[in-house]
Design a protein around this ligand. Sequence first.
Ligand code: PMP
Length: 425
Amino acid sequence: MVSDLTISESSNTKRLNDPVEMEKVRNQFPILNQIVNKRPLIYFDNAATTQKPICVLESIESYYKKDNSNVHRGIHTLSQRATDGYEGARARTAEYIGAQTNEIVFTRGTTEAINLVANAWGLDNLGPGDEILLTEMEHHSNMVPWQLIAKRTGSKVVYVPVCNDQGEIDESFLRQALTSGRVKIFSFTYISNTLGVVNPVAQWCELARQNGVISFVDAAQACGHRPMNVQEIGCDFLAMSGHKMAAPTGIGALFGRADVLESMSPYQGGGEMISEVTFEESYWNVVPHKFEAGTPNIAGAIGLAAAMDYLDDIGRDQIAEHDATLAAYAYDQLKRLDDIRILGPATGRAGVVSFSLKGAPTQDLITLADQRGIALRGGHHCNQPLMRKLGLDATARASFYLYNTTEEIDRMMVELRDILDFLRS
Ligand code: PMP
């Protein structure tokens, strides 16, 4: 499998492999500079959520200190400022992924974006005999909403098999499914949060388009880690989570192609999403407001835009390169441990490495690592069906971001060896 991204040299100046620059970057993340369980913290749980730089924290504080008000309907100055901040964040989000501003719907995150489409698009477009195509490597949030909608519409969820630990999918199954005439939507992850696989999203969207199938890219693990353009990807929908890209929790976005969004019914009803309400019926606001019922997460959107500015200032191509370097380094180091099983491809992986070690129950491993100041994640990573298929209950996962270093991986390896000696003795 090949990635659709060619990582190019950035014209930006911040090189994450330069120790002086790295120190400056890390100083922007005060949370990293702390002692946890008597050791300097190593934060390797970035696939779950990333840390936030000072500029993002300040943008939120400044909004609440100076501009806090409700958006859209207010005539007064503060409301106009809040509206400008919120709508400015929408324009910034559109720019970040090469979309039009009216194609960005703010959501709580990827999960809500998928639920929105599953309901607002799915209920009107799916019926008995229709199929929803997913892959077996999907996060639960790209499975459960579709399972719910399949039940309600009489349609069926079909999975492209994952063939092995490396995360290779059954390409011929994918092709057959997309050409069967039964599949109406193909929803898949850009980067697997367990395998670290980077899927060829542009290729898959093209294949979907050729067969009249709507495509949905779950970009939760990709949006803060690499350059991304929805025109180049060619998707109909794409979802992102702010908290996985240096922004706050509770904010994310759905990109939907303008004509597809226009064709959809509302998701939730309430204020903001209407143009007129009578006792009998209501009329909808224009897209994207039609999909944003109620008071939105204004501060979150402003924080998201600040995070996008921050990431672009570093250079998303540099972040992707740094992730790849760390993941390759961690993979090489981990491989040297006896009786280790590492999931995902040997090369070309994103900044996620999950593994299990014989004689070292994952729960114990993670707890002992935490006692040494290392934050790893252990469990099924919201990929229960895939883990079950691979014959695993749980793996330990180290996931990296722009502020992590190979020195931290070295320290993790020293501690892991020590923990293994203890658990296996
Ligand atoms: N998809 C993937 C691939 C993920 O890794 C995650 C979060 N772990 C989600 C979807 C869900 O994102 P959120 O919880 O931010 O909605």
